[in-house]
Design a protein around this ligand. Structure first.
Ligand SMILES: Cc1cc2nc3c(=O)[nH]c(=O)nc-3n(C[C@H](O)[C@H](O)[C@H](O)COP(=O)(O)OP(=O)(O)OC[C@H]3O[C@@H](n4cnc5c(N)ncnc54)[C@H](O)[C@@H]3O)c2cc1C
Length: 408
């Protein structure tokens, strides 16, 4: 590859206690906790709202949230107070209210938020991550932080710093779970307003069209207090989640699958004749990419045996859910409720960096369980409090001992 070497002048925006990269469920938990703990906190987000998959991803329902203490419990409570909670499996929510509640909480906790801002690289001193370089409408800027939190879902910050990671099955990205482009539909027939699995409907429509269905377990999930719902159906297999070109191709295939599904359903199923296509999500749903190697790796045995760790930051009950290409469906199995240890959020051999969300250290099967949003948010939140305590005591996050109330 041809390489150019640039000499750039980069203004330093500021010095922070914590810089959070990515404001999805994990990043919101992290940033709000750091702000509440009194830390000078910056969160950067490439989209124009908080929430990640919760909002830009048109994701629903909110898994492994009910019964959790802390921010997750607060979010559900406020969605309930607004009448924006319920619907599908009684755990679905309205995207715009989720954005608004998260924005209020970020602001109230004193966090500095920058949207439309893209992380580009880390600043390091040896194995310590000292800051980031990011870009937005104003150009490039640098910012220093006592701690950097990688909440990008993909482990972008940790990977740039050189942290080791796992991908797919022993490095084979083709084994990564399928990607999905979610899409919204309106004018859902009255009798389906509570939500349904539309496999039989779509399967029959695909057969009538002489086409092959890409995913066997599609859901239509109505959004509370609205006339629309989200369809979890498109499935793109064998795309490299770390290649911009492949992500673009997967997005285009998703859009084609969406148009096909909508066309076949409205044409061949009388009940869905008047269904409206509203929008595809602004971001491709990537279920699986980097798993950063941490001080501890959550294993298949841990989730089957229900391991309870002393340094627990999240309590997980959600079963493993792998969207595999082999059966064009889901491979699911239950887990014994287990906890996530803080050590799995600390990249091995690196200082000044914490990861939270789906990119923490775990086996593929474990990730398929803890990746759902209630767990990502809870681990981000409690890791934020651990960072605050480390800064207060002037010690490393590895040496902080804190116990959290994880369940209500
Ligand atoms: C198709 C699909 C369906 C799912 N269904 C469900 C479900 O029904 N229920 C459930 O609870 N979970 C579901 N999940 C799982 C869940 O959505 C994710 O695992 C979870 O959102 C991960 O949280 P996170 O905070 O780690 O990452 P994300 O939600 O991906 O958030 C990461 C944030 O970082 C930002 N970011 C990334 N890179 C950069 C950068 N370079 N610079 C700045 N910002 C950046 C992103 O814009 C994003 O806002 C689903 C996932 C997918 C893909």
């Amino acid at each position: 590859m041809e390489i150019i070497t640039e000499t750039l002048t980069t203004p330093v925006k500021g010095h922070y206690d914590v810089i959070v990269v990515g404001c999805g469920p994990a990043g919101c938990g992290m940033a709000i906790a750091c702000g509440r703990a009194g830390l000078k906190t910056l969160v950067i987000e490439k989209a124009n709202c908080p929430g990640g998959a919760w909002t830009t991803g048109f994701m629903n329902p909110f898994f492994d949230g009910v019964g959790k203490a802390g921010l997750v419990g607060e979010l559900i409570g406020e969605l309930q107070d607004r009448g924006q909670w319920g619907g599908f499996w009684n755990i679905s929510f309205h995207y715009e209210h989720m954005k608004h509640i998260l924005e209020q909480k970020l602001t109230q906790s004193g966090v500095e938020v920058l949207y439309n801002t893209h992380f580009s690289r880390t600043l390091t001193e040896g194995n310590r991550i000292t800051g980031i370089v990011a870009e937005n409408i104003e150009g490039r800027f640098a910012a220093y932080g006592k701690y950097i939190a990688d909440c990008t879902g993909d482990g972008n910050v940790a990977a740039d710093a050189g942290c080791a990671f796992e991908l797919g099955e022993e490095g084979d990205w083709k084994e990564c779970q399928a990607m999905t482009l979610m899409f919204l539909v309106g004018n859902i027939p009255e009798k389906y307003r509570d939500g349904l699995m539309i496999f039989e409907k779509l399967d029959a429509a695909y057969r009538a069209a002489g086409a092959e269905i890409p995913f066997k377990v599609p859901y239509l999930i109505p959004v509370p207090n609205s006339h629309f719902g989200v369809v979890q159906f498109t499935h793109m297999y064998e795309y490299n989640p770390l290649s911009a070109e492949e992500l673009t191709k997967a997005t285009m295939e998703g859009r084609q699958q969406m148009i096909d599904a909508f066309t076949y359903l409205t044409k061949y199923d009388g009940e869905f004749r008047d269904l409206e296509l509203i929008a595809s999500s602004g971001v491709l749903g990537v279920r699986e990419s980097r798993r950063i190697i941490g001080e501890y790796t959550v294993s298949l045995e841990d989730i089957l045996n229900g391991t309870q760790f002393e340094d627990a930051v999240a309590y997980v009950t959600f079963g493993a859910d792998l969207h595999t290409k082999s059966n064009k469906g889901q491979k699911c199995f239950g887990v014994k409720p287990y906890t996530i240890p803080m050590r799995s959020l600390i990249p091995k051999g690196y200082d000044g960096l914490v990861v939270a969300g789906r990119c923490i250290s775990g086996s593929r099967e474990a990730m398929a369980s803890y990746r759902v949003t209630g767990n990502c948010c809870q681990m981000g939140e409690n890791a934020g409090y651990i960072i605050a305590e480390a800064i207060r005591q002037g010690i490393d996050v590895r040496d902080v001992r804190m116990q959290f109330t994880l369940k209500k």
